[in-house]
Design a protein. Structure first.
Lengths: 127, 127
DNA sequence: GTTTTAAAACGAAAACTTTAGTTTATATTT
DNA sequence: AAATATAAACTAAAGTTTTCGTTTTAAAAC
């Protein structure tokens, strides 16, 4: 398994859009970007970089390319979150949950959802 | 409240060490760094950059400086995780927990810890 | 009090990221 | 088929981050 190269901020922003949309032409990507929209060529360059990195592919439609992710968001998220967990939460999910319980204002329904989820998981685990 | 500037990767690596150790001379930081250790000056430059950004301070000992974080890890983590949550988990903690349940192998004791924690939180919430 | 030495400060080169203008190729229109 | 238009590819400049060699400094050793 090849080690996934870390994405830069701009690259990641474009990947987020591709992950969300599944497939997109350069213009579609630009449409999804906020306020100070970059030039067409800027985005075009980035998809090409991402393609070179092996995380994006394309299919030709006439002389246009429609781009799509080659790496699943889940997969990338996994590697990425591994770092975050290690650096910020001592590799402990309870520590992370506790952090959010302390700092963010969790709703009752969110908490109940987590509880249910964890119980489910426990059921599967214990015997 | 001033908006905390995002840290670069190298800066963040040094902050992690300062957060862990509390106080450290440049050499102490280098000692904590992995394999291809950077030159003394490299690290020295970074602590100075961090100082300029207002996230690190120092006290003088003779002609040495002992550096320490001015921004709590918790505080920085908060802003940082807000992004992560938004980009990767649609701002939903249950989604994040679910992600880990699916991908990482959580131990029974971790799950129980989370369950307890969530129940505690619920108790506090529901009237 | 002069020399040595070790750390901080400075400065600038190297590497990487971001941004877009220019060029090229090829469909589409005339 | 020539002109036009459009999208990708190329190129390069601007900006940022990372890396250290060099210089300055001030304390310590002589």
């Amino acid at each position: 398994m090849k080690k996934m190269k870390e994405l830069t901020r701009a690259e990641s922003e474009i990947m987020q859009i591709l992950w969300r949309k599944g497939k997109a032409f350069v213009q579609d990507i630009i449409d999804e970007m906020p306020k100070p929209k970059p030039a067409y060529n800027t985005v075009s360059t980035f998809v090409r970089i991402l393609e070179q990195k092996g995380v994006v592919g394309h299919e030709a439609f006439g002389r246009s390319h429609r781009y799509f992710p080659l790496v699943e968001k889940e997969k990338y998220t996994r590697g990425f979150m591994q770092n975050v967990m290690g650096s910020y939460f001592e590799n402990s999910l309870p520590k992370m949950v506790s952090f959010f319980a302390k700092h963010e204002d969790l709703s009752v329904s969110e908490l109940e959802e987590i509880k249910k989820l964890v119980e489910m998981e426990l059921k599967g685990k214990k015997k």
